[in-house]
Design a protein around this ligand. Structure first.
Ligand SMILES: Cc1cc2nc3c(=O)[nH]c(=O)nc-3n(C[C@H](O)[C@H](O)[C@H](O)COP(=O)(O)OP(=O)(O)OC[C@H]3O[C@@H](n4cnc5c(N)ncnc54)[C@H](O)[C@@H]3O)c2cc1C
Length: 445
């Protein structure tokens, strides 16, 4: 039997450990290390760290579709992916103090009025309830402890020696080294710098990534109300398979919706957020129109260059046939240089190397689907997502192609949500159990 160390007590790591002990793997051989706190000590403001990681104080929405929440079916196929996500949802219900209150919303049909121009992504979502997550965490933690799993809290892993199977824990246990036979690495977004540091140090090969670039679109909410009533955070999409481009509306904000300026690598790009307080209500809607472009050799450099080309006066651009840039919730103008149609045609289009026409087509078709929209809209240019490198793994068990006893899971690999992260952890655990099966002729012990 192997000594398994899990770095990160997040959704992925906890689901992996649960699958193992549920199937008879001795908890005494599993150690989970986390830089945050156990669920009894974790405070609500500790959003990203501690038991269940970012999932522990999240919105508690468990999405149930392989096209949402990052990559899963790529590794294991559609059917297996759904089955793995089921297991994660079952775990959340199992440790929920009132499982009967976990509700599923499952919109069934795309509204006719968006056809034939757009598809609308429809997917079931299980609502766990943010306020129950802490109780779930405590019940789940108690179960793992009762099975003998060892936890190191407030212990940040500062280095991993993949060649000699040991890791270093800084701070609290200064200079402490821990040996592992098998490592599950699930550090989530809060550990993304650490993951990148390891990728560079060990020259880990990574997956080719797509470019994710576009604009932040903004308009009065009334034009989109018909769709918002069906799907609050609607996801319109369309694909041009032959051109390697797909487009989607992304991260819709309504009611009290503000455009936010982001600074990345010294340039401005845009995003959006919605405020809850009624005082901030401005009856606006904003969402990203993002293109996913495949086949660009160095997506990161390409995106950075495009972003740099669509700057003027030290900030990003704003184009509208009729409007001015909006104000922030503090009443300041959103920082952007307003441009003419001529500049759009002669600066933005060439900067995006011909891809910008897909965004314009998307907007023109929205005008057909939402007839009151007409020229009452604006767009902030650019919105960009720099995807962090995804280490290349063996699709059968998510182990690094260079170190087959080290498995990457969750947001540290390619997930972007609770169900997919948990499912990746479960997938790795199943593979470990299967290996033992082969060794021990059906018995794990
Ligand atoms: C505010 C918020 C709301 C969200 N809402 C939703 C939602 O409603 N639905 C949804 O599907 N997704 C949501 N997400 C995303 C979701 O929480 C994550 O995708 C998911 O938790 C990722 O799981 P993970 O196990 O990969 O990482 P995490 O759950 O983030 O866990 C990683 C753990 O690793 C630990 N760690 C990191 N580095 C180290 C280190 N060097 N040493 C030791 N420990 C380390 C951290 O302390 C953390 O506990 C939300 C995220 C946030 C921040």
């Amino acid at each position: 039997m192997e000594k398994i160390v899990i770095v990160g007590a997040g959704v992925a790591g906890v689901n992996a450990a649960t699958k193992l002990v549920d199937n008879g793997y001795p908890g005494e051989l599993i150690t989970i290390i986390d830089m945050g706190k156990d669920p009894y000590k974790r405070k609500p403001e500790e959003v990203m760290t501690g038991f269940l990681g970012a999932g522990g104080w999240s919105d508690g929405k468990l999405t149930y579709h392989t096209a949402i929440g990052g990559q899963l079916s790529k590794y294991c196929g559609e059917e297996k992916a759904m089955e793995l996500m089921d297991q994660v949802i079952t775990n959340f219900k199992r440790f929920h103090p009132k499982p009967e209150e976990v509700q599923c919303s499952d919109p069934q049909a795309e509204p006719d009025f968006i056809k034939p121009y757009f598809g609308l992504r429809l997917f079931p979502v299980w609502h766990v309830g943010t306020d129950y997550l802490s109780e779930i965490g405590k019940n789940w933690y108690d179960y793992l402890v009762s099975k003998g799993v060892e936890f190191y809290w407030e212990s940040k892993v500062t280095g991993i020696d993949f060649q000699n199977n040991q890791l270093e824990i800084g701070k609290k246990m200064d200079g402490h080294f821990l040996y592992y036979d098998r490592l599950i690495f699930g550090v989530g977004k809060s550990g993304i710098d650490f993951a990148q540091q390891l990728a560079q140090q060990y020259e880990l090969p990574d997956e080719p990534k797509s470019v994710q670039i576009g604009v932040r679109f903004e308009a009065p909410q009334k034009h989109f109300q018909k769709l918002i009533d069906i799907s609050y955070d609607f996801k319109l999409y369309r694909k041009f398979e032959d051109k390697g481009v797909s487009l989607r509306s992304f991260c819709t904000n309504n009611n009290a919706a503000y455009v936010a300026v982001e600074e990345t690598y010294g340039d401005h790009s845009y995003n959006g957020h919605a405020k809850k307080d009624i005082r901030y209500r401005n009856d606006m809607t904003n969402f990203g129109i993002l293109m996913e472009i495949n086949g660009i050799e160095d997506p990161f450099t390409w995106s950075r260059e495009v972003v740099n080309k669509v700057q003027a006066n030290g900030t990003g651009l704003y184009y509208s046939p009729s409007r001015k840039p909006s104000t922030t919730s503090e009443g300041n103008n959103v920082t952007a240089t307003q441009i003419s149609l001529d500049t759009l045609t002669h600066v933005v289009e060439p900067a995006m190397e011909g891809y910008f026409k897909y965004i314009m087509d998307f907007i023109m078709d929205m005008k057909k689907v939402f007839p009151t929209l007409q020229d009452d809209w604006g767009m902030y240019i650019p919105e960009v997502k720099y995807l962090s490198p995804e280490p290349l793994v063996d699709y059968n068990n998510l182990s690094l192609t260079k170190y087959n006893n080290v498995h990457f899971v969750g947001d540290a690999l390619s997930a972007r949500g609770i169900t997919v992260s948990g499912a990746q952890g479960t997938y790795v655990a199943e593979n470990i159990l299967e290996q033992l099966c082969e060794l021990k002729d059906g018995s794990y012990i």
